[in-house]
Write a protein of this length. Structure first.
Length: 287
């Protein structure tokens, strides 16, 4: 490998030596690049990065939630069916949207569930309903919380005199789904499984980044960047969540299941998609 790299550097050096700095034509000459012929294959940690909505019961980990009757037998059975599907991934590590600082509390709640799995857990909504059951089916002793709370004002565009591009900003937020026809469906008509398939659709994940962050770059005062600065806070929060994920000891043999709200899933997917450590698996293979 070192010999290949050295050869590449020599070729690049010789290519640069042929360029006449006084000739504009020679400056436009392309330098041939010799690709390194390597049989090395870098193994990566397999990750099932799973988007869900926040179930509104007991406690929820986000401002955005969906009403969900945990006492409804059908809802309980549907949640367990989802957990069974996900458990086919055979995770060795499970991460959820619970603050890193609450891992001791999370561990206690999870162990209580393992002791009596017939009792529905209301801990952080989807965490207790789905992640705990996936952990039980996977024979895991613990689950990790990787969330990091940070406030940001996603309504900033309505609170300032927007002189950047109020037309685009206002038109978009009047009806965001009008700009994303592929995912413009009646969510109330979808089953739990159908909702999860929609929320894990790559176009829906792109929409969540756009609606939660990127559109704020269209809002700001004459000499300010109020919208962009608020969006940066949301990027920062998700980068810190990613940093918490990276704190967890793991080996190449581990298989990581992450359950979080859709916008966090979207950002984590972006980060891990470029990572030298992680390899994302297709969520649809398990739905």
């Amino acid at each position: 490998m070192k010999t290949h790299i050295l050869l590449l550097l020599i070729l690049l050096f010789l290519g640069c030596k042929e360029i006449d700095s006084n000739s504009s034509e020679s400056l436009r000459t392309e330098i041939p690049i010799t690709l390194i012929d390597s049989t090395d294959v870098v193994e990566k940690v397999q990750v099932l990065n799973f988007a869900t909505f926040h179930i509104h019961m007991g406690a929820t980990s986000d401002a955005t939630s969906v009403d969900f009757d945990e006492n409804d037998k059908k809802n309980q059975n549907d949640a367990k069916k989802i957990a069974q599907l996900i458990s086919e991934f055979k995770p060795t590590i499970i991460c959820v949207e619970v603050p890193w600082g609450k891992n001791e509390e999370l561990d206690q709640e999870y162990k209580a569930y393992l002791t009596n799995p017939s009792k529905v857990s209301t801990y952080y909504g989807e965490v207790g309903m789905v992640a705990f059951e996936v952990g039980r089916l996977s024979n895991l002793e613990s689950i990790y919380g990787i969330d990091h709370k940070m406030g940001y004002n996603y309504n900033i565009g309505q609170e300032i005199e927007n002189t950047i591009d109020s037309t685009t900003y206002n038109n978009y937020y009047k009806n965001p789904f009008a700009f994303h026809s592929e995912i413009n469906v009646n969510h109330d008509e979808l089953s739990l499984l159908e909702k999860l398939k929609l929320y894990n659709n790559p176009k829906f994940l792109d929409f969540l980044i756009n609606v939660n962050a990127d559109m704020l770059a269209f809002a700001g005062s004459e000499n300010g960047f109020e919208g962009a600065d608020e969006a940066a806070k949301y990027y920062q929060r998700n980068l810190r969540i990613y940093s918490n994920l990276n704190r967890i000891p793991m080996t190449i043999k581990d298989r990581v299941f992450i359950l979080s709200g859709g916008s966090h899933t979207a950002f984590l997917g972006e980060f891990m998609g470029r990572s030298p450590k992680y390899e994302l698996v297709d969520v649809m293979d398990y739905l």
